[in-house]
Write a protein that binds this ligand. Structure first.
Ligand code: ATP
Ligand code: MG
Length: 450
């Protein structure tokens, strides 16, 4: 059963769709995901590091976003939506207005007020929380949003992987003590494992730079890919860990904390935090692996770094004012669209994991205009529709070879191929994109396959 999606139509005829496929490889694309996203008409560059998302690309982005949302909600975080444009005032209080440097896009409004396009939201959320809580009874809370960010990256490249405008999920936790904060951190850590697993990814948590608090409370999640920007070093044992979206009870502090221990006890670090001596000491040579990785998430505990300057203080149980302890938790939602392609493609094109595929099934009519073939396709099309399956119906009058190549290129998980030859025997050919396996299926049984 296809996942219910609240956006867009579940069925689409190619003859009525907008999927501007490029015949040739775009010259500017250095890596496979960028090339395939441009070729399949998922995105279009508007200026350096700034993209429009076209219908197919947007469907994927929305599906990724929805998985992220469901897993945040499941872990107890509450969705909000903060604006993209922020006032400079709060950033002056935290001291980051000057520190952030050229990556921050600064804007002046008509009244000469300093504004900025948010690169992140620690200041704003801390101020929102400050205004809304009084006592220790109002915490813990975790608020998140999924919103466009702007960072004026010095070298935007690789398409949506390093954009200037990009979609991020950022969550922020608030606790009365650093100890409670650790549990909030652990919950997000585990929710990230589930989130990436649902997208078919293995995202290895690696030690990352920690802030003024120190300790081990910062992790980046990296998926392995030759084209990744970071060099990574890790224990082969990670391959044998459970990368499925395992069940977890987030209120069970002990299990949540044990899970974090399990996924952090093996050595894994990206170049910035890599310690060659420790790597050699802790990991026997036969298990030492290195490669490249794409950072798809970063979680961070920073204690009272923002709550102190911004006055985010509550009454503790014994009546004393305490500054709240916080962490922030980012996922690169738009980067993930590219990262998933890096992890899942072949020479013919994209291979979408079902959970994020723009459509589950591609229905190919091999002889558009032929009454019998058209009727068989129309029948299947409506059967799949009734079952709530996302279908892209290739009803165009093209050569079969062109249709096969196009369908492989866009990478829908399943292809249902209908032509006069099969129809004589009352069958459709069903092809699984990932394995290339084909089988003939009686027409009446096709719908029940999905
Ligand atoms: P990077 O090291 O890749 O520059 P970062 O450490 O600056 O990222 P964070 O502030 O940790 O980024 O942001 C959270 C997540 O947002 C990152 O893990 C990444 O997946 C995503 N992200 C960050 N910068 C970009 C960008 N320029 N384009 C697309 N996604 C990004
Ligand atoms: Mg980071």
């Amino acid at each position: 059963m296809g996942a219910f999606t609240s956006f867009g139509r579940k069925l689409m005829k190619l003859s009525q769709y907008f999927m501007p496929i490029l015949r040739d490889d775009p010259k500017e694309a250095e890596i496979v995901s960028h090339r395939l996203m441009l070729r399949t008409g998922m995105i279009r560059q508007e200026s350096a590091g700034i993209y429009s998302w076209l219908p197919m690309g947007l469907r994927v982005l929305k599906k990724i976003e929805q998985i992220v949302r469901e897993e945040q909600d499941r872990a107890g975080a509450l969705e909000v939506l903060m604006p993209t444009i922020q006032s400079a005032d709060l950033w002056r209080k935290s001291g980051r207005y000057d520190d952030y440097g050229k990556e921050m896009l600064r804007i002046t409004d008509r009244h000469e007020r300093d504004m900025l396009f948010g690169p992140t939201n620690e200041e704003m959320i801390t101020d929102i929380f400050r205004a809304g809580v009084q006592s220790y009874k109002d915490v813990p809370r975790n608020l998140y949003h999924i919103q466009w960010k702007f960072r004026d990256e010095i070298r935007p490249r690789f398409g949506v992987m390093r954009g200037r405008e990009f979609l991020m999920k950022d969550a922020y936790s608030f606790d009365v003590s650093a100890e409670d904060g650790r549990h909030s951190y652990n919950k997000m850590f585990v929710s990230y494992l589930r989130t990436y697993a649902r997208m078919g990814l293995k995202a290895i948590p690696m030690r990352a730079e920690t802030g003024p608090i120190g300790g081990d409370m910062s992790h980046e999640f990296l998926i392995l890919a030759e084209t990744g920007e970071s060099e990574v070093f890790f224990d082969r044992d990670f391959y044998d860990m459970d990368w499925s979206a395992f069940e977890i009870d987030y209120d069970d502090l002990e299990t949540v904390s044990q899970t974090v221990t399990e996924y952090t006890s093996k050595y894994a670090a990206s170049d910035e935090k890599h310690e060659p001596e420790e790597f050699e000491k802790r990991v026997p040579e036969s298990r030492r692996l290195s490669g490249r990785g794409i950072e798809v998430g970063h979680i961070f505990f920073f204690g009272t770094k923002y709550s102190e300057p911004l006055g985010c203080v509550v009454q503790s149980a014994d009546g004393k004012p305490v500054a709240l302890h916080s962490g922030s938790y980012g996922i690169g939602v738009s980067r993930l669209a590219g990262a998933i392609i890096e992890a899942s493609h072949d020479d013919d094109g994209i291979i979408w994991p079902e959970s994020v595929a723009p459509f589950k099934v591609g229905l190919i009519n091999l002889k558009a205009g032929d009454a019998e073939t058209d009727a068989a396709c129309a029948n299947l099309y409506s059967g799949l529709c009734q079952k709530g399956i996302d279908v892209l119906y290739d009803d165009r009058d093209d050569r079969p070879g062109a249709k096969f190549a196009r369908m492989d290129l866009i990478g829908l998980p399943w292809q249902v191929i209908i032509g006069p030859r099969g129809l004589k025997d009352g069958v459709a050919e069903v092809k699984e994109r990932a394995t290339g396996e084909r089988q003939n299926v009686p027409l009446d049984n096709v719908v029940s396959l999905f």
